[in-house]
Each structure stands twice: as C-alpha cells, then as structure tokens.
Design a protein around this ligand. Sequence first.
Ligand code: KG4
Ligand code: ZN
Length: 339
Amino acid sequence: MKTQPFILAIESSCDETSAAVLKGKEVLSNIIAGQLVHGKYGGVVPELASRAHQSNIVPVVKQALSEAGLKNDQIDAIAFTQGPGLMGSLLVGTSFAKSLSLSLQKPLIAVNHMQAHILAHFISNQQERYPGFPFLCLTVSGGHTQIVLVKDYLEMKIIGETRDDAAGEAFDKAAKLLGLPYPGGPHVDKQAKLGNAERFKFPHPQVADYDYSFSGLKTSLLYFLKGEITNNPNFIEENKADICASYQRSVVDYTLKKFMKAALDLNIQYLCLAGGVSANSELRSSFLTLCEKTDKEAFIPPFVYCTDNAAMIGIAAYFKYEKQEFADLTYSPLSRMPL
Ligand code: KG4
Ligand code: ZN
C-alpha cells in the first residue's frame, strides 16, 4: 500500500496564525493562535496582525509538530497560504515556509485560501461522507462570498460573488452598529437565538445573476437604527436580540435564496457550505432544511474546519502533492488570487 505523505501546513492570511500536520487526508494536529490585539480597534489592524504572526509562528509550528509526534525531518512537504489575504500577514507564513523548505530540503506547496475552505470537506477526521463531483459550494467568509462550481479537487469556477461587502462583513458591521465585540458574527448568532426573527424586516438587495451585494443590508440596518433611536435612545439595548434575529434571518434567507436558485438552475445534486460564516447556526440549519426539501445532498465541514485553520491548507496541499504540483522559492504572496 502507498504510504501517506506527512504535510506541514501554515496559514497566516488574516488574523489567525495556524499550523497543522496531516497524514494524507487525516489531521494529526491543528494549532490555531488567535490575535486578541484587534478587539479594541473593532477590526483587524494589518500591521498588528503581521507582528503577531511574527511572534506566533515559531511556537505554533513547533506545537503542531509535537502534537503530531513528528520531527522536522519526517515531514514530506511544507504548505503555505499564498493568498488571498493581507500582504504583511501572508509574507510571514510564506517566508517561514520557504526558509523551512530550504533548510530541510523538502518540497513547497502554495495553496489558495479560498480553494482550501472548499477542500476542507475532504478532511477525513469526523467526516464519513464526502461530496461527489460536480458540486456547488457557497463559500462565505469575512472577506469573500462566492458560489463556486467545483468540477474536481483543483478545478473550480466562480459563478457568482459579492460585488461589495462579504457575508461576514454584513455580520461584523451590523455587530459594530449594535455595540457587539469584534468579530461580530458569532455574537449576532448568539443574540439571535434569544430573539424573534419575524419582528423586523430588512429588504433583500437586488443584484443580477448569481451575484450578491451585502453593503445595502448593513445600510438599511443603520437607517433603521437611527430612526428608532430618535424615538427611544435605549432602542438597541431593549431590542438587541430581536434586531439580531431579524437581521440574521434576512442575511441567511438572501444568501441561500440565490445559492439554491443556482443549484436548481444548474441541476447540481451535491451542495456544500464553506468559510467562517458557515459556522452560523441559522445558516447551517436553513441550508440543511432547504436541501432536504429539494432532495439535494448537503455537506458542511465540522466547525473547527469552517473558520480559518491550517488543516484546510493541508488538505488542499495533499491534492497538489498527489499531482506533484510544487512551488519554488520564487513564489511570493498574492493579496488577490484567482480561484
Ligand atoms: O473564513 P474566516 O474565518 O476568515 C476569512 O477568511 O475571512 O471567516 C471569518 C468570518 C468573520 O466575518 C466572522 O464574523 C464570521 O466569519 N463568523 C460568523 C460566525 N462565526 C464566524 N458569522 C456569523 N455567525 C457565526 N457563528
Ligand atoms: Zn478564510
């Protein structure tokens, strides 16, 4: 039997420094160091993110190797996120991976972060069923919202995407207006569980084809709050759960409506959710309900592989390793990167 490669993967595209070790498609370790430093600024400060990556990267990689029970020289390849992401953050992971590859004389694998979110579906831990090809994936993160037609592991095509804010920003910006901490998505989700989603209505933006727009949703919330606060200065505090529930319902319904239309139009049987916003409880449950109603097969990766993590970089690297698609020392990070 063919032996499975050990891949060390590094993710540093935004504000999580993460390193993972995979044996084939199985995750042996997945260490994620968050960066609390951004909380007080209400958003990621790129310069501070690069500095935090710089101090986190050595201990995070060391811990990933030690939890996997491996020594440096047992690794078969080193994978890194090439893009898209914050340039300073990507530079830390890329440079570290290149130096390690040079010193250990092991091949390098460059990974596209958005492809990795999608390929997280194929991590073998905690997952017994996998989507067949072709499948349609709704990738919803803090920086991207894409409907992707996946023809094979490394053959993907965007058929719709946001023209302005990402779905994650729709959550994070709303949370900011409501005085919730950053990143706001999980806080809106938590509040929404306590509220009435039918109480307030927010209009769905009109955009052609399978594209999205989320900036209007946030603006409609802003004007709604401004109007209500003139009558009652405590409006937000007194109605926070209902506002979160109603706003979340609007974002989820809007996002899924377009995605399901694409799936039905293209007659795709396997439907997937990926990216940080797929941790949203209402998005997950509505997605499963809609798939059941339309006789589609639904797939969502386990929680830990939805938000940014290096295990997903490792699984994407595994498929590239299989095809011997290696990078070299001339590779540099790309803040924007085609899928
Ligand atoms: O994929 P990700 O970890 O990082 C990027 O590549 O952007 O996504 C982060 C985004 C943030 O906007 C965060 O607020 C959102 O995912 N998010 C959520 C939830 N958990 C994370 N949004 C809504 N509900 C959640 N439970
Ligand atoms: Zn991401």
